[in-house]
Write a protein that binds this ligand. Structure first.
Ligand SMILES: NC(=O)c1ccc[n+]([C@@H]2O[C@H](COP(=O)([O-])OP(=O)(O)OC[C@H]3O[C@@H](n4cnc5c(N)ncnc54)[C@H](O)[C@@H]3O)[C@@H](O)[C@H]2O)c1
Length: 332
C-alpha cells in the first residue's frame, strides 16, 4: 500500500474493531496485519482448511486475535462479530480445479458456511460495514474484453457459481452496508506456494525460487491482469470506507494486461536463478477450468473508490521474489 493509502487507513480505521475472515490465508493475513499496523483491533476467523492458503505463521498473535473456526460456526463467530465496525469476508475455497473434483465441498465452504455466517451477523444485530471478496471467475469463458460489471456472469465452474451465490447472499442480507469486489489474479508475499491448484502465479513464483523450469500450458497467449496484493488491500479498504460502495459489485483488475507467457518470462527475468520458460500440453483437469483470455475494466473502482493499481508486474514480482527469498521455509 502507498504511504498515502496507509495514512488513510490510519486516520479512518485506528481504534475501530475489524474482523477478517480467512485472515490466516494469503490476502486475509496481509489485510489483518495492515489493519493492526494502522491501530485497529483485529480478529481473524479462519479454520485453516486443508489444501488452502491458511498458515498460522502468516500473522503474529501479538498483533491480531485468532479464532480457529469455520465462519459458519455461530458459537465461535458470534462473539467475534458482535462489536465489529468492519467485517472483511475473505474466507473461501479458491481452487477452480478442486471445485470440479469436489463440488460439494466448494458449495459447503463458499456458500453454505457463508449463509450461516450471514445468519450470525443478523442474529447479533450487526451494523458493520462489510466487504466480500469475489472473483473475476464468475464471468466465465468468452466474456467481451475488458470485462465490465455490466457483463452478465456465466460461471464456467462450480467455484464461480458458489462465489456468485455468495455475492447474492451478501447483498440480500445487508445491501445497504456491503460492497462486493471481483478480483483478478492476485500475487505477493504470504501467498501459499505449494499447492499447484491455487493459481498459475504462485506456481511460477515457487518454481523460480527453486530454480526450476517455468511450464506454460499451450501457447501461453491467454491474457491476464494480475494484481500485487498491496493494490488489492488498497481497494478492499477503500470499499469499506467509501459509503457509495455499499450495494455495489466492483471489478478490481489491472490496466497492465499481459499474456501468461509474458508473466512467466517476467518472473524468470526477476529471478536470480534464471529459470527457463518451456511449453507443455494442458493438463486435462486444468483445461476443464481454463477460461481463455480474461481481464477486467476497473473504471467503476476508479470513479467510485478513487482506486488505481500502482504496482506493475515487473516491480511486483521483483518485490514478491525478494520477500520469499527472506522466507525460504515457504517454498523449500
Ligand atoms: N488469490 C487470488 O488470486 C484471488 C482471486 C480472486 C478472488 N480471490 C478471493 O479472495 C479471498 C482470499 O483468497 P486467498 O488467495 O487469500 O486464499 P487463501 O486460500 O490463501 O485464504 C483463504 C483462507 O480462508 C480459509 N477458509 C476457507 N473456508 C473457510 C471457512 N468456511 N471458514 C473459515 N475459514 C475458511 C482458509 O483456511 C484460508 O486460510 C477468497 O475469497 C478468494 O475467492 C482470490
Amino acid at each position: 500500500m502507498t504511504s498515502a493509502g496507509l495514512q488513510l487507513v490510519r486516520e479512518r480505521l485506528s481504534g475501530t474493531d475489524c474482523v477478517v475472515t480467512g485472515g490466516l490465508g494469503f490476502i486475509g493475513s496481509n489485510l489483518a496485519l495492515t489493519l493492526a499496523d494502522a491501530g485497529a483491533t483485529v480478529t481473524v476467523v479462519d479454520d485453516l482448511k486443508a489444501g488452502h492458503g491458511g498458515d498460522r505463521a502468516n500473522v503474529d498473535d501479538k498483533q491480531v486475535a485468532v479464532i480457529v473456526a469455520d465462519v459458519g460456526d455461530p458459537a465461535h463467530v458470534a462473539p467475534a462479530v458482535a462489536a465489529a465496525d468492519y467485517v472483511f469476508d475473505l474466507a473461501g475455497q479458491v481452487s477452480h480445479v478442486a471445485s470440479i473434483s469436489d463440488p460439494e465441498r466448494d458449495l459447503a465452504l463458499n456458500t453454505i458456511s457463508r449463509l450461516r455466517f450471514l445468519e450470525t451477523l443478523k442474529r447479533v444485530g450487526s451494523r458493520a460495514r462489510v466487504v466480500y471478496t469475489s472473483t473475476r471467475q464468475v464471468y466465465g469463458r468468452s466474456a467481451p474484453l475488458p470485462i465490465s460489471e455490466r457483463t452478465v456472469p456465466h460461471p464456467s465452474d462450480v467455484n464461480g457459481v458458489a462465489k456468485l451465490a455468495a455475492e447474492h447472499l451478501h447483498l440480500l442480507y445487508a445491501r445497504e452496508r456491503t460492497a462486493i469486489l471481483r478480483l483478478s489474479n492476485v500475487y505477493g508475499p504470504r501467498q501459499h506456494l505449494r499447492n499447484d491448484e491455487l493459481g498459475v502465479l504462485p506456481v511460477f513464483v515457487r518454481r523460480a525460487l527453486r530454480g526450476e523450469r517455468l511450464v506454460v500450458f499451450g501457447d501461453g497467449r491467454d491474457l491476464r491482469d494480475p494484481l500485487h496484493v498491496d493494490d488489492v488491500l488498497d481497494a478492499i479498504i477503500r470499499a469499506a470506507l467509501v459509503p457509495e460502495a455499499a450495494g455495489q459489485v466492483i471489478n478490481v483488475g489491472h490496466h497492465e494486461v499481459l499474456s501468461i507467457k509474458q508473466l512467466a518470462e517476467l518472473t524468470a527475468a526477476a529471478s536470480s536463478s534464471s529459470p527457463t520458460v518451456v511449453h507443455d500440453d494442458w493438463r486435462s483437469d486444468y483445461a476443464q477450468v481454463a477460461i481463455g483470455s480474461a481481464h477486467l475494466s476497473s473504471s467503476l473502482a476508479s470513479t467510485l473508490l478513487g482506486w488505481q493499481p500502482r504496482i506493475g508486474f515487473a516491480d511486483g514480482i521483483d518485490r514478491t521474489l525478494a520477500w520469499f527469498s527472506q522466507h525460504p521455509e515457504r517454498f523449500a
